[in-house]
Design a binder for this molecule. Structure first.
Ligand code: HEM
Ligand SMILES: [Cu+2]
Length: 587
């Protein structure tokens, strides 16, 4: 665990084993890939709105190129943006400090996982430049489209895509082991499981779900690669194979994966909301057990992606039921967030706005998911823009609203300086308005019956031609959305160098990362902290600050009201604190 402070430039910034450097590496790589994925989205939308014009930089998109762009947009956003930002970026930077550790449990493995990830980035970028272009079988890579080069017109692109995905999974397997071990084994004295900040819990659950779900897809990817290279025929009906098998292997991973992206954001939003409402999170245990239940349930919903793929119709009802059931634990979390706000003394920094924006938008994604979960409705909506709108209303809030909430919240810790709040608020406003402008019209298009993944929009049925205005509206929205991000990029790099200096605890928060200097030195803390209470003791009555941080021994006799995080600290835990505080005075 402990390792000396690095001295050379290479060991300090490039091949670093310090979790903070690795966290930043993941975050910057993820943000860079977001530019690539965002630009591809712009390319798609440009083509859909004005099919006969050239897309800037990409040229006129021929159908097979359109397919490549869709595929690479989706894959990059999920595997090379969401995963490195939410799981690896925040997980690496924030989690060890939150549990009071001086680094991750396995620092060298951690470095290896980042550089393995980096190799996958190089492979996936290279795949754009090989003959035939990048993969074009969809991010789901279903055979037969992905099985033989004749099907999608792409050969090397698909091989490289499969390789890149496999390498990135190897990287995240290492990362997941590190996160779970660090969170469970490196907790400082006093940090019992029920005192863990919600963010730490959500990272643990997400990592477990990822580790358990990824195996089948790695197998599927390997089988597909063998089909393509040595003609094994696992998924080729002519050789006795079955393409449906791949769909099962893919979605057994694919659906849990969307929760792997959602759970860290639930963690981030928990921290931001409770801190800025100055209230203990409502229903700490309820949120915890609900999200564990959702993690378990996520393994038995996958076939809702296959309602019309030719599975036994008798299977549709059980999968409908589990799908609709899984909305309950997430609804519980959302209502708990709302209850946390009730009678709070709410502040609205940019982080809080993004957290609230997450709730509002994710609500739309969740409710439309319940609609699609019903097999009968999905038969109509399958593969229409309704689905595109639905999953973007879940993914964009999780990935971007969550990431932005986290960055605005933890930036002062990470760089020792503060982001500009006015720019942050404008950034939120633009992101919120334009995001809705992009995807709200697509629900209407979907209800009209407009299919997605149509490379040549001029070929749509006549009755859909009236939907073209909605396509244009959506595209104008994405231009606004992308331009708005310039505010963030500027703010990010400018504030890193010239922002207002931040002290240790600029948000008056309670969890351990705020006990460390901003930015934390190698080893994180001046002295090993100790935890005396639950994670969220806010709005305390009496004089002085309205909160007592986890590392403070003496609360001056004030007791937290509210629910949840304070549960075990408010009870008999308190009786032993007298002795704990003497320990601290001696130290
Ligand atoms: C910046 C805003 C975004 C825009 C304008 C956008 C736009 C699009 C468009 C036009 C499609 C093609 C739909 C179709 O024809 O089927 C698409 C597909 C997709 N997007 Fe996005 N997207 C955005 C953000 C995201 C994010 C943040 C994620 C995930 C983290 C994401 C994940 C996907 C996936 C998985 C697909 C399906 C790809 C496929 O069909 O293979 N998108 N997006
Ligand atoms: Cu699903």
């Amino acid at each position: 665990m402990s390792h000396g402070e690095p001295t050379s430039f290479w060991r300090k910034y490039i091949f670093s084993v310090d979790h903070k450097v690795i966290g930043k590496q993941y975050m910057l790589t993820g943000l860079f890939m977001a530019l690539v994925g965002g630009f591809l989205a712009f390319g798609l939308r440009h083509h859909l709105a004005w099919p006969d014009q050239d897309v800037p930089l990409l040229g006129a998109l021929a159908p097979h190129q359109y397919n490549s762009v869709v595929t690479m947009h989706g894959s990059i956003m999920i595997f090379w943006v969401a995963m490195p930002l939410l799981v690896a970026g925040f997980g690496n930077y924030v989690l060890p400090i939150m549990v009071g550790a001086d680094d991750m449990a396995f620092p060298r493995l951690n470095m290896m996982s980042y550089w393995t990830f980096f190799v996958s980035v190089v492979i996936v970028i290279a795949s754009f430049f090989v003959p035939g272009g990048a993969a074009a079988g969809g991010w789901t890579s279903y055979p037969p489209l992905s099985d033989a080069a004749e099907m999608s017109g792409v050969n090397w692109g698909v091989n490289l895509w499969l390789l890149a995905v496999a390498v990135e999974f190897a990287s995240f397997l290492m990362g997941g082991i590190n996160i779970i071990t660090t969170a469970l084994n490196l907790r400082v004295k006093g940090l019992t499981l029920m005192r863990l900040p919600m963010f730490v819990w959500q990272q643990i659950i997400a990592s477990i779900v990822f580790l358990l779900s990824v195996g089948p897809l790695v197998a599927g990817a390997a089988m597909l690669l063998l089909d393509r290279t040595i003609g094994s025929g696992f998924f080729a009906p002519a050789q006795g194979g079955d393409p449906l098998l791949f769909q099962h292997l893919f979605w057994f991973f694919g659906h849990p994966e969307v929760y792997v992206l959602l759970l860290p954001t639930i963690g981030i939003v928990s921290e931001v909301i409770t801190c800025n409402a100055r209230k203990a999170i409502y229903g700490y245990k309820m949120i915890l057990y609900s999200t564990i239940a959702a993690g378990v349930l996520s393994f038995v919903v996958w076939a809702h992606h296959q309602f019309i793929s030719g599975i036994d119709p008798r299977l549709a009802t059980p999968f409908s039921l589990t799908t609709i059931l899984i909305s309950v634990p997430f609804a519980v979390a959302m209502f708990a967030f709302l209850a946390t706000l009730v009678r709070g003394s709410i502040r609205f920094p940019a982080s809080m706005l993004f957290a609230l924006g997450f709730i509002a938008n994710f609500f739309v994604g969740g409710v439309t998911g319940v609609i699609l979960g019903s097999a009968a409705a999905d038969i109509y909506f399958h593969d229409t823009y309704f689905v595109v709108a639905h999953f973007h209303y879940t993914l964009v809030p999780s990935v971007f609203f969550g990431t932005f909430a986290g960055i605005y919240h933890w930036f002062p810790k990470m760089w020792g300086r503060r982001l500009n709040e006015t720019l942050g608020k404008l950034h939120f406003l633009g992101t919120f308005v334009f995001f809705n402008m992009v995807f709200l019209p697509q629900f209407k298009l979907g209800v009209m019956g407009h299919h997605r993944r149509i490379a040549d929009p001029s070929l749509v049925y006549d009755f859909l031609k009236g939907g073209q205005d909605l396509q244009v509206l959506s595209t104008v929205g994405v231009i606004g959305l992308l331009l708005t991000q310039v505010l963030f990029i500027f703010n990010f790099f400018y504030s890193m160098k010239a922002g207002k200096k931040a002290d240790r605890n600029p948000w008056q928060a309670t969890t351990l990362e705020w006990a460390a200097p901003s930015p934390p030195p190698h080893g994180n803390f001046d002295e090993v902290p100790q935890v005396y209470r639950g994670a969220y003791e806010y709005s305390l009555p009496g004089d002085g600050p309205d909160f007592v941080p986890q590392w403070q021994a003496d609360s001056g006799g004030r007791t937290a009201g509210g629910d949840g995080g304070s549960a075990d600290a408010a009870g008999d835990g308190r009786a032993t604190e007298g002795s704990a505080s003497t320990d601290r005075e001696e130290a």
